[in-house]
Design a protein around this ligand. Structure first.
Ligand code: PLP
Length: 354
């Protein structure tokens, strides 16, 4: 890895074997145990060459030490595992429902105290840095695509005597869109299930931190918790990562175009689009109209999740954990199909409700 390589180059070149005669790609190594006396003994504790290649590549992109986990949510468990019982965690009122559910559960069980703050209320986040032990940020938020002022919050946290740890869920932005460690965050987490994997065929998560001691703690949490990635999943995630820069650029162009078109359609009340990235959310009059649009699409798939090469829509308020989301809001993950075909599909479904 060369320090002067751009992020685009790192996505392609980092985490590859370098010795003569080795394959260009680390193979899938399905191993639990290794012959005694070498650098690895047991994979849950010591990792595998396949996980290590993925971790090296993500670490090179985010600027820290990466650890791969079985899923995005397993990274949250690890981050919480290294906190003392009774710690106070600040989380967004509205963000990925799975994250909020884990924290609600920990609070009910009496393990943690939780403060909930509106994503865009920067003053409240800044004030909370005085009282809390951990700040969990997500930006843009899932599914309402609100932007959080990360530098303002990390600067406030750094200035407090209790120095709360700041964690950023970078799943939507990806390291190509934003590198939170360079903005003062202590830990970055990813659901590589989404854009990094990019093909809706795996579950995997990663933590990244520039602090070697904290990286060791998170790795120890993985060893204790046992939420290790599968061999095939790690290999596929790395394979997906190689094309992340071009997928992001292409799907991002389509998302910008479709956000504009959506805003002009009479059936659409509000378009939420942060100006970059592959996610768009649009609001229809009510739940029934949104359900009819989701059911009326033929090319765009009606399915949960996001970040794959195939475009997907979902009415998030239909999910138990997202009842606060506007009833008519459709989350739209823009993929790599021809944007002209995507718009024809959308326009036909929208014309039928509007
Ligand atoms: C999907 C998602 C997660 C959880 O990831 P899994 O891989 O499903 O466990 C976390 N954060 C965000 C923003 C997500 O979209």
């Amino acid at each position: 890895m060369h320090d002067d390589w751009s992020l685009r180059t790192r996505a392609v070149a980092a985490g590859r074997p370098q010795r003569a005669g080795e394959p260009l790609n680390v193979p899938i190594v399905p191993a639990s145990t290794f012959a005694a006396g070498g650098e690895r003994a047991y994979s849950r504790e010591d990792g595998t060459p396949t996980w290590a290649a993925l971790e090296e590549a993500i670490g090179a992109l985010e600027g820290g030490h990466a650890t791969a986990f079985a899923s995005g949510l397993a990274t949250l468990s690890a981050v919480l595992d290294v906190l003392p019982v009774g710690a106070v965690v600040a989380v967004p009122t509205f963000s990925y429902a799975g994250t909020r559910a884990v924290l609600d559960h920990a609070e009910r069980a009496g393990r943690l105290r939780v403060e909930r703050i509106a994503p865009t209320n920067t003053a409240a986040w800044v004030a909370a840095t005085e009282r809390v032990d951990l700040v969990w940020l997500e930006s843009p938020t899932n599914p309402t695509l609100d932007l959080v002022d990360i530098p303002a919050i990390t600067a406030a946290a750094a200035a407090r005597p209790r120095r709360p740890r700041v964690v950023v869920d970078n799943t939507f932005a990806t390291p190509l869109g934003r590198r939170p460690l360079s903005l003062g965050a202590d830990v970055v987490v990813h659901s590589a299930t989404k854009l990094i994997g990019g093909h809706s065929d795996l579950l995997l998560g990663l933590t990244v931190t520039a602090d070697p001691a904290l990286a060791g703690e998170l790795r120890a949490a993985r060893t204790r918790g046992g939420a290790t990635p599968g061999a095939l999943e790690a290999w596929l995630a790395l394979r997906g990562l190689r094309t992340l820069p071009v997928r992001l650029a292409e799907a991002g162009r389509s998302a910008a175009l479709l956000a504009e078109r959506l805003a002009e359609h009479p059936a659409v009340r509000v378009v939420r689009y942060p100006g970059e990235g592959t996610m768009v959310a649009f609001e229809l009059a009510d739940a029934a109209a949104a359900d009819r649009v989701c059911a009326g699409l033929t090319l765009i798939r009606h399915a949960t999740s996001l970040g794959g090469v195939e475009s997907c829509v979902e009415r998030r308020a239909a999910l138990a954990g997202d009842a606060h989301v506007p009833a008519g809001l459709v989350r739209f993950s823009v993929g790599l199909e021809d944007p002209a075909d995507l718009w024809r599909d959308l326009a036909a479904a929208l014309d039928r409700v509007g």
